[in-house]
Write a protein that binds this ligand. Structure first.
Ligand SMILES: Cc1ncc(COP(=O)(O)O)c(C=O)c1O
Length: 409
């Protein structure tokens, strides 16, 4: 995914020019997001739908940009359902995630969400609520089958016993309960077994296994299902940004796979394939901009302390990587005091928190870095601000700037 840096750089310079203190800000390029989402959707074969998992970033400008370009939203809490319905009353909606409360299930039913059921107990509770409120509940069973095709990534939620999904040994009981309960309508199966998938071919193999497994269950339990949800989990390569997940290759492979599968589906027909991607949709449009407030040399190490830190931008800590960044040199130094700087050496970029864990990037060789220079961290549009512990130390929050999807005329 080639980043168009220019708008983010210009916006960072603008923020800096109008600031009277060191800056930190999130910048979201909605034009880039619109373009990216439209391409993701357009590349997918006809038999597929693309939903956005709003947990990755639920800011309204992003959701508004995505609503007309994608097929629906996935929510994982009552709060997310409420947020989506407040602003997008007609948008197709999924409700998934473990530990759903009765109140949240009620909300999901009232708002016409498809519920991804995580356990037998949840199924029983949904049945009771649907009966009591005289509604039918449209659902998918989230399943967690052991699959040989599950290449491991840095975050695996399935293929082994975990808290996610219906354990495979409970599937027959769930299906039996569904047969007895007319208020519950089984639409299909939901698989979300891993995150951070970077390899298109591995992901295709996994989807092929999902489709095969679904076909077997349909034959074994005499099921007719409408769609399978293949989850999110496509990764962003923070460590080697030039080598991102190859979506066009993946989409071409998927088209071939679906052609083969439709031949084998027989009279039951091929279920539609629904994606609920988070990171891969919104990460690329976001940038975290910050300013160097101190440079320290300690032993043979150098540290650049920036305005902000992991309480704003927790992504590198959460994923255990050094986040890539660009230096935007600031040449007009207007302060009355000396300007510390380093040249041609490795630097660790840290934030303002009183913890050694507040590290954004480690041992990165820079040509030159000075106090007052700006750093721009890309891939900050997903699981960034929204997973950060904003109020630790009560530093002010960064500005949030949304660069419009359409340029003003
Ligand atoms: C059930 C489910 N679907 C979709 C997603 C989105 O995953 P990603 O952002 O990796 O695409 C998640 C993330 O945790 C999830 O738990």
């Amino acid at each position: 995914m080639k980043l168009a840096w220019e708008r983010a750089i210009a916006a960072t310079r603008d923020v800096h020019a109008s600031a009277d203190a060191p800056i930190c800000a999130y910048l979201y390029d909605l034009k880039a997001l619109a373009h990216h989402a439209a391409h993701l959707r357009a590349d997918l074969p006809a038999h597929c739908d693309l939903f956005y998992a709003i947990k990755a970033n639920s800011d309204l400008p992003l959701l508004t940009t995505l609503a007309s370009r994608l097929d629906g939203f996935e929510a994982s809490s009552g709060g997310e359902i409420g947020w989506i319905r407040q602003h997008f009353p007609q948008m197709p909606l999924i409700f998934s995630g473990p530990g759903k409360l009765d109140t949240e299930l009620e909300l999901a039913l009232a708002h016409g969400a498809t519920v991804h059921v995580e356990s037998l107990h949840e199924l029983e509770r949904l049945a009771t609520l649907a009966r009591t409120t005289k509604q039918s509940a449209s659902l998918l069973l989230r399943v967690n089958p052991p699959l040989a095709e599950l290449a491991t990534t840095t975050l695996v939620m399935g293929g082994k016993p975990t808290q996610f999904g219906v354990a495979i040994e409970h599937l027959p009981t769930c299906l039996e309960r569904l047969r007895q309960e007319p208020t519950l309508v089984l639409r299909g199966f939901h698989f979300h077994l891993l995150s951070h998938q970077l390899d298109a071919d591995n992901h295709l193999q996994l989807l092929s296994a999902y489709l095969r497994q679904t076909r077997r269950w349909c034959a074994q339990y005499d099921l007719r299902i409408e769609h399978i949800n293949v989850g999110g989990g496509i990764g962003v390569n923070y460590r080697d940004p030039e080598r991102q997940f190859d979506w066009p290759r993946f989409s071409r492979g998927l088209a071939e796979l679906l052609t083969q599968e439709s031949r084998m589906a027989g009279c039951r027909g091929l279920p539609r394939v629904r994606f609920e991607l988070g990171r891969f949709v919104s990460a690329f449009c976001g940038y975290y901009a910050t300013e160097v407030v101190d440079i320290k040399e300690a032993g043979n190490q150098a540290f650049a302390v920036v305005r902000g830190g992991t309480h704003h931008f927790r992504t590198p800590y959460a994923q255990g990587h050094s986040h890539p960044f660009r230096i935007l040199p600031v040449n007009n130094w207007r302060r009355a005091y000396h300007r510390p700087s380093i040249r041609a050496r490795a630097v660790t970029v840290v934030g303002q928190l009183c913890t050694p864990k507040d590290v954004l990037a480690s041992d990165i060789t820079v040509e030159q870095l000075r106090v007052g220079d700006l750093l721009l961290f890309p891939y900050a549009g997903a699981y960034a601000w929204h997973i950060s512990h904003h109020d630790f130390l009560r530093h002010p929050h960064p500005r949030h700037i949304y660069l419009p999807a359409e340029d003003p005329i």
